[in-house]
Design a protein around this ligand. Structure first.
Ligand code: FE
Length: 196
């Protein structure tokens, strides 16, 4: 089992960078891009759209939950189930505000919401995303849609989901993780009250 790393506001960004570096080449669940390509593409699309720092961070980190074993047993043991979206948000919420972690926590729910509310959305999903939809509960029903629509960060959550779906382009050139490190550190410092 993994030893719990002693993460602080001064080390979390380098810790995430190391995960991208070591494990980013892993395949992304049947998609034609690697995990790091996929997450960097989401961030690049967000940046190109002039999105807020927290939305760029949400796009960049939305699938970090696939690596929660890196965060050690302490995090895993805190009642976190194996849903990658929930686990990803849980390991980062010490360091990032809800504007970021909600985009991570709800990116699968956002897919189910959009499938229920936007007929054109389903047609744009990749085959791998269609394949996982059933396992994830299928499109939301009316009561789920009504409840999700009241989420305070709904617009950011849905937009990050769109970039998630669009960030699956083989060969797309993007900035590397280091480009986003200062942005992440600014968010961490603001959230934790750290001065850097
Ligand atoms: Fe994704």
């Amino acid at each position: 089992m993994t030893q719990t790393p002693d993460l602080t506001s001064a080390t979390i960004v380098a810790f995430i960078a190391d995960i991208f570096e070591r494990r980013g080449a892993e395949s992304y669940l049947g998609e034609a891009v690697t995990m790091s390509e996929h997450m960097l593409q989401g961030a690049a699309l967000a940046e190109a759209a002039g999105a807020s720092d927290t939305m760029i961070a949400g796009a960049l980190l939305h699938d970090i939950g696939h690596y929660t074993n890196e965060f050690g047993d302490d995090y895993i043991d805190r009642g976190i189930d194996n849903l990658h979206e929930e686990a990803g948000a849980a390991v980062l919420e010490r360091f990032f505000p809800t504007e970021v972690t909600d985009c991570i926590r709800h990116h699968v729910a956002a897919k189910r919401y959009l499938c229920a509310t936007d007929p054109a959305y389903f047609a744009r999903l990749s085959q791998a995303s269609v394949d996982t939809l059933r396992l994830q509960g299928g499109p939301m029903d009316d009561s789920e849609v009504a409840a999700f629509a009241r989420h305070p960060n709904l617009d950011a959550i849905l937009q990050v989901r769109i970039w998630d779906d669009e960030g699956k382009v083989p060969g797309m050139v993007t900035p590397d993780f280091a480009h986003y490190a200062p942005l992440l550190q600014r968010i961490v410092d603001a959230h934790t009250g750290a001065s850097s």
